[in-house]
Design a protein around this ligand. Sequence first.
Ligand code: NAI
Length: 282
Amino acid sequence: MSIDKIMVVGAGQMGLGIAQVCAMSGIEVVLHDISEEIVEKGINSIDKQLTRLVEKGKMSENEKNETQQRLTTSVNLSNASSVDLVIEAIVEKMEIKTKLFKELDKLTPDHTILATNTSSLPITEIAAATNRPKRVIGMHFMNPVPVMKLVEIIRGLATADEVFDQIKNLTEKINKVPVEVNDFPGFVSNRILMPMINEAIYTVYEGVAEPEAIDEVMKLGMNHPMGPLTLADFIGLDTCLYIMETLHEGFGDDKYRPCPLLRKYVSAGWLGRKSGRGFYTY
Ligand code: NAI
């Protein structure tokens, strides 16, 4: 069975990138969020990205128009009844994700695959909230989606081989590279990345150096393209905190304890680039 039509739930930074790359690869995409205002803003932002690709000569005007025609919006989840795959990209909170998966399980046909772009939460637990754990899978894209090649593919305990193969093929179709990893907190990417970001935040918290200095050390000293605090602001400090909490809870080891300064920034609404303030101001 081919995947011709998908719904992306969550028109935030990840959902928009996922919707864009899928539509560019010839797939019909329904972009869903909780309000008209959010989805409209999302579509405008994708339009800007497509215009930029045309200006750079990476896409023709005709391809841009066709991509736009493949993109529709939704604020009513029952629109999921016509899709072959749902990719969820909403807030990184287990109770919010499982509530959504329960609803999607009721609203979608039996063949529909339910995928989550979670950065760290157990796929098996999300799958268990549905009556179709065989058809639930993790599809972890990297930020910014149109640029980054990797998609971590994570099977839940019950995910069917056939579903894994379909998702692997789809990932290749949208010009990404699938890498299979097992279902453990943070998978591979965030199990390694987030403790480094958290440690960089501790380094600010303990007054070892200013954010600019820490980022400079990691860029010039370790050849990282972006310092860890710039990257944290880019990912979203709320998302970083939720991932650290998942690692801390999942492994029960204090080496994953979120830095109190990270908690403080998130409580203040300093979420990084998306809120205009984090370790830097935007
Ligand atoms: P975001 O905060 O930019 O966007 C989340 C969107 O979900 C918002 O537009 C919000 O209105 C919408 N939303 C929330 N609850 C909803 C619901 N019940 N129904 C429909 N829409 C709902 O978040 P972001 O950064 O796009 O992250 C989304 C997911 O992707 C999270 O699970 C995160 O862990 C994961 N992720 C994030 C990465 C990053 O660098 N930010 C990288 C890879 C994965």
